[in-house]
Each structure stands twice: as C-alpha cells, then as structure tokens.
Design a protein around this ligand. Structure first.
Ligand code: FES
Length: 113
C-alpha cells in the first residue's frame, strides 16, 4: 500500500557546500522555488548567477545519495554539457524542486568549474 503524502510535513536534505562542509537542512515543501534557492538563502552559497534559468551552471550539484525521478529539461542538459566537471550524477540545483521526492537525499555542490 503506498504511503500517503503529508503535504504540511517538513523534510530534510543534506548539502555539501563548495568548502566541503556538510549541512543537514530541514525544509518545508516549496518553501523556496528550488534547491539552489535553499542553498543560497540558508547556507549563503555563492551560486545561482542566472537566478534559476538553467543557463549558468553555477548551481551544478552531484547527487551523492538518493535518486531523482524527474528527467532533465533540454536547457539543463545543454548547460551541463558545457561544464567540464560533470558526471552521471550531475544535476542543476535550480531545476530540483523542494518537495518530498528529495527527502533524505544528499547533494554536493560542484559549481561551474
Ligand atoms: S542558477 Fe544558473 S544554472 Fe542554476
């Protein structure tokens, strides 16, 4: 039997910032537009130059633990293709929504190197 979604519950995500520090952050569903905004607002991470349009690549993250079921948009794919430090677990944090689907996941910020 599927687990019912608790819309008002809080969730938790771990973000490893560019300085190597690991941060466990509690969030409410859609408290920010996306994972990039959470990292900028809660951790003061210096990413997000294009404000979430999937153009700059500064919010490039690696999925360390967990799995995203949403596929990438064409813009996200094209931006990641321009970066040199990508791997199969690369995504753009600005394209990752803050919802129950990322609860418990771990992301490492890699930036646009
Ligand atoms: S904020 Fe620019 S690609 Fe994500």
């Amino acid at each position: 039997m599927p687990t019912p979604l608790l819309v008002n519950s809080s969730y938790r995500v771990t973000i490893i910032t560019l300085d190597g520090q690991s941060h466990s952050i509690e969030f409410r569903r859609h408290a920010y537009n996306n994972l990039m905004e959470l990292a900028v607002n809660e951790l003061y991470e210096d990413i997000g130059d294009c404000k979430g349009h999937a153009w700059c690549g500064t919010c490039h993250v690696e999925i360390v633990s967990g799995k995203l079921i949403e596929s990438m948009t064409r813009d996200e794919t094209m931006t990641l293709e321009k970066l040199e430090n990508t791997d199969p677990a690369s995504r753009l944090a600005c394209q990752i929504m803050l919802d129950e689907l990322i609860d418990g996941m771990v992301f490492r910020v890699l930036g646009d190197a």
